[in-house]
Design a protein around this ligand. Structure first.
Ligand code: GLN
Length: 553
């Protein structure tokens, strides 16, 4: 790894978390980035995850939440999604490291003999590798925000904490800042908030050699100045560097609340950066629109991971963004696709103004998703199919409209005589400028079509109306594709292919002409939606749902 050659020196903010997980470190990091951008500074991020998996690509979404995909095809932690949604920063392979990836790199070097027979140790070899990963960002932006995953005190996190401790010494005070996020719980029976967990967490952090510069205290209630004074005294953090992160209704309120608490001011004071006052108007307008919707639509999401909305994080946000641009509240109804297999779709989908079948792997619930698609198609309810959702829309259309009764995806039924969705054995990978070859026995990790691919749109389709352009680029994460052997038959049966790869080989978008809004895409548009710039497909899907709602309720 080498350091960027640019001459600009980047200042680093390191964010750690204490007491418990899920306090919102990722959102705090993203919000700080947003506030710094509002002051005209450039920012980037890095997430250092202590687990041993080399990347989150193979991790179960139940355990870990969504796998977020970047333009360059990295399978990353869902916090990358927060960073990209809140700022203009573009995340790539170098913005997310796990312990596994760090160790992998050190062990590879050791096998190559690069350590010249020395004993390879956590300090300095692992910590040096972490520091080099962090310092790759030096010179690229004004401020880099580095989030350490997990909680202070975790055994796995120690090498990362040690590396950032050392970086303070290497970079100096005006180029490094420690922010610690902690919990100040409200105890109902005592009727008061308690600072002890924060004191303990800071004690633990100090034992690792880090004195926090700023404490962000997550709390149900605003902290009074007395409480801040108490925390300040026990933790040796100036009182104006103790800020409250209050629970909020919408995650998009977080930047404004932290700004009100003076967090961005304090950060810049400590890093000795001078800017004008931030322009927070866009965030104020966003929150105002979110809190005062004029309409309401209900969208059904039929999936496998319905019990855990974290698995559909970006999707959930993209739908909210689509709502913002239509001044509409979007109520999401997660439906277990397996229930749709036995239940009555009309009953289960009663009251829904739009139906969305998201991405997924494996055949569980597939037939239930297909019956939801039939219901949407026949009843002219707006339908949006994403990745697996698009593939199943093709299966549904083939079976019920075109009459290919045995049509299926070969992922879900390897023996199907009519694989309308199949494992495409060769495709042109433009990023590596080579034809990729794979078959059913290929390694699971290496055979996904991942990251941004270009797509050409056909004029006068729902897709081209939404995007208002002919060339787009969207992110992928899938293995199976539309089978061109059936393309002519399906097209003459009424299916509209409205987007393809520029060489016309891969079908990227399908839609229906005699339906108000029925569209399936092979890519994941949800990864590119931002609250300030809602994705065109989500915007139009919600618009269609709103029209459906107004005509039918
Ligand atoms: N399982 C399907 C495939 O591999 C779809 C993947 C997805 O929805 N992300 O092609």
């Amino acid at each position: 790894m080498k350091t960027a050659s640019n001459t600009k020196r980047t200042k680093f903010i390191f964010i750690t978390g204490g007491v418990l997980s899920s306090l919102g470190k990722g959102l705090t990091a993203a919000s700080i980035g947003a506030l710094l951008e509002c002051r005209g500074l450039t920012v980037t991020f890095q997430k250092l995850d202590p687990y041993i998996n080399v990347d989150p690509g193979t991790m179960n979404p139940f355990q870990h939440g969504e796998v977020y995909v970047t333009d360059d095809g990295a399978e990353t932690d869902l916090d990358m999604g927060h960073y990209e949604r809140y700022t203009d920063a573009v995340m790539t392979q170098i913005n997310n490291y796990t312990s596994g990836r760090i160790y992998y790199s050190v062990i590879t070097k050791e096998r190559r003999g690069e350590y010249l027979g020395g004993t390879v140790q956590v300090i300095p070899h692992i910590t040096d590798e972490i520091k080099a990963a962090v310092l790759q960002l030096d010179g690229s932006v004004d401020i880099a925000i580095i989030e350490i995953g997990g909680t202070i005190g975790d055994i796995e996190g120690l090498p990362f904490v040690e590396a950032i401790r050392q970086l303070r010494g290497d970079l100096g005070k005006e180029y490094s800042l420690f922010i610690h996020l902690t919990l100040v719980p409200y105890i109902k029976t005592a009727g008061e908030v308690k600072t002890k967990p924060t004191q303990h967490s800071v004690k633990e952090l100090r034992a690792d050699g880090i004195q926090p510069d700023i404490l962000v205290c997550r709390s149900e209630v605003p902290l009074t100045s007395e409480l801040k004074a108490k925390i300040s005294l026990f933790c040796s953090v100036p009182q104006d560097a103790v800020v409250t992160a209050r629970d909020v209704d919408s995650i998009y309120e977080v930047p404004l609340n932290l700004h009100k608490e003076g967090l961005d001011n304090k950060i810049l004071e400590l890093l000795n950066v001078w800017t004008g006052q931030p322009n927070i108007k866009p965030w104020q307008n966003l929150v105002k629109n979110l809190k005062n919707p004029k309409h309401k639509v209900t969208i059904a999401i039929t999936g496998k991971y319905v019990d855990l909305t974290e698995s559909y994080k970006s999707l959930h946000e993209a739908l909210i963004h689509g709502g913002i641009s239509n001044l509409s509240k979007v109520e999401l109804r997660y439906l277990n696709a397996e229930e749709l297999e036995t239940g009555n779709p009309a009953e289960l989908l009663e009251g829904c103004d739009g139906i969305l079948v998201p991405g997924g792997f494996g055949k569980r619930g597939a037939e239930g998703k297909i019956s939801a698609i039939t219901f949407a198609r026949e009843n002219k309810i707006p339908f949006f199919g994403i990745c697996l959702g698009m593939q199943l829309a093709v299966v549904e259309y083939s079976r019920l409209v075109v009459g290919i009764r045995t049509a299926h995806s070969s992922e879900l039924d390897p023996a199907t005589p009519d694989p309308v969705i199949y494992l495409c054995k060769e495709w042109y990978d433009y990023r590596n400028d080579k034809v990729q070859v794979r078959d059913e026995n290929s390694d699971m990790g290496g055979t996904l079509r991942l990251g941004a691919y270009p797509c050409t749109l056909i004029p006068d389709t729902l897709a081209s109306v939404a995007y208002k352009t002919e060339e787009i680029s969207e992110r992928h994460r899938h293995r199976y594709e539309f089978n061109n052997a059936y393309r002519e038959q399906l097209e003459s049966g009424g299916l509209v292919v409205s987007g393809t790869s520029p060489d016309n080989n891969l079908v990227e978008i399908v839609e229906l002409a005699d339906h108000p809004w029925f569209l399936g895409c092979q890519f994941h548009p949800e990864f590119k939606s931002k609250p300030m710039r809602p994705h065109p497909l989500f915007k139009d899907f919600i618009k269609a749902a709103l029209t459906y709602n107004q005509n039918n309720r």
